[in-house]
Ligand binder design. Structure first.
Ligand SMILES: [Zn+2]
Length: 353
């Protein structure tokens, strides 16, 4: 009798895992039964109620959820054990129901019919140099200013992202919120943003370098519209930000892309990198230093285990590349650009290289 909540939770979890398996086998069932119906209903329900509150939904949902399992000491020897067990099981159950089934989404390459491309060291080197020139030119010709009004940035980003997703025929019934949390809340675990399915909202640590807000915000927003894969969210965020008329938003995305490229470029050109780094635009070096300085203000609480845990988490959800999945953004952008080039060649008979 006393273990009822665990029993019910266990059975529900079993059913959830069966559905997860069914969705993994049938993209059509996943699409109609979950992504285009249940998930959208949840989105609408949250976004048009708690989503309007000035505080993160997390501050309401977390205490209510945890309180429900622990509020009353029961006349039962193992009540605390039972409460912890039941709470953990239901966290997992709700994770799937509110968002986690989206891990079964077909790959974006398939959804958008992206061509398969080869990204090798020659491509990386050339793209990195081109990207450096783009940043150079932006820093020279445009006014790049840290965004001060995050709500305004959030609203503008949502319009751009919904526009992009609508073109891809992805439903945007909700209005995904991305909340700003106090500095250090996530940076202590070396994370700049996080989407919390149970709260239906994305979050970013306000302690990150403000020029990173636009890209991070658009990344978390993409999670909210149902994308689970990190590289896909980077890709969606990149395209979203590039649509903006605000140079700072575009710069934020180009800088993020550059930072993914530089990791590989450094690896391929270890001998000359130090010298090349010295020759970078001083303004760019300033921004790079500021990014690290902002992170370093917060002590790393779990340096060794974080990446291992997150890697295991991603792999357990079928993201085979694990933590490297973030870097596949380079591949997606390469494929997308190739697709755009082919489209413009065939429609205009004119090669935009
Ligand atoms: Zn993410």
């Amino acid at each position: 009798m006393n273990w009822n909540r665990i029993k019910v939770g266990g059975i529900t979890l079993g059913i959830v895992l069966i559905f997860n398996w069914i969705f993994s086998k049938s993209p059509i069932i996943f699409d109609y039964l979950y992504f285009k119906s249940i998930f959208q209903a949840f989105r609408g329900l949250h976004d048009f109620t708690l989503g309007f509150l000035p505080i993160p939904s997390l501050y309401i949902i977390a205490p209510v959820f945890i309180g429900y399992f622990f509020y009353k000491k029961k006349d039962f020897k193992y009540w605390i054990l039972e409460s912890i067990g039941a709470c953990l099981i239901w966290i997992v159950v709700f994770f799937y129901i509110t968002w986690g089934f989206n891990y079964q989404q077909p790959h974006i390459g398939k959804m958008l019919n992206l061509p398969s491309v080869k990204v090798d060291s020659v491509y990386i080197s050339q793209t990195f140099r081109d990207q450096t020139k783009i940043l150079d030119s932006m820093l020279t010709n445009l006014t790049i200013e840290a965004p001060t009004d995050i709500i305004k940035l959030e609203n503008e980003t949502r319009i751009l992202q919904e526009d992009l997703l609508t073109k891809w025929k992805i439903p945007t019934i909700g209005r995904v919120r991305v909340r700003s949390l106090f500095g250090g809340s996530l940076l202590h675990i070396r994370t700049s943003g996080i989407y919390i399915p149970h709260a239906f909202e994305g979050h970013l640590d306000s302690g990150i370098y403000p020029l990173q807000y636009p890209f991070t915000l658009a990344h978390e927003m993409a999670h909210g519209y149902g994308f689970t894969d990190e590289s896909v969210c980077n890709f969606v965020s990149y395209l979203t930000c590039l649509k903006s008329s605000n140079p700072t938003v575009r710069f934020s995305a180009e800088l993020a892309y550059w930072r993914y490229l530089v990791g590989y470029y450094k690896y391929f050109h270890r001998e000359v990198w130090k010298e090349e780094y010295q020759n970078l635009n001083p303004k760019l070096k300033y921004h790079l230093d500021e990014i690290s300085n902002h992170v370093e203000r917060y002590k790393d609480w779990m340096p060794k285990y974080r990446d291992v845990i997150y890697d295991k988490y991603l792999k357990s959800h079928g993201v085979k590349a694990g933590i490297r999945s973030y870097n596949q953004m380079i591949l997606l952008i390469a494929a997308y650009r190739q697709m755009e080039d082919t489209t413009s060649v065939s429609t205009e008979g004119d090669n935009h290289q």
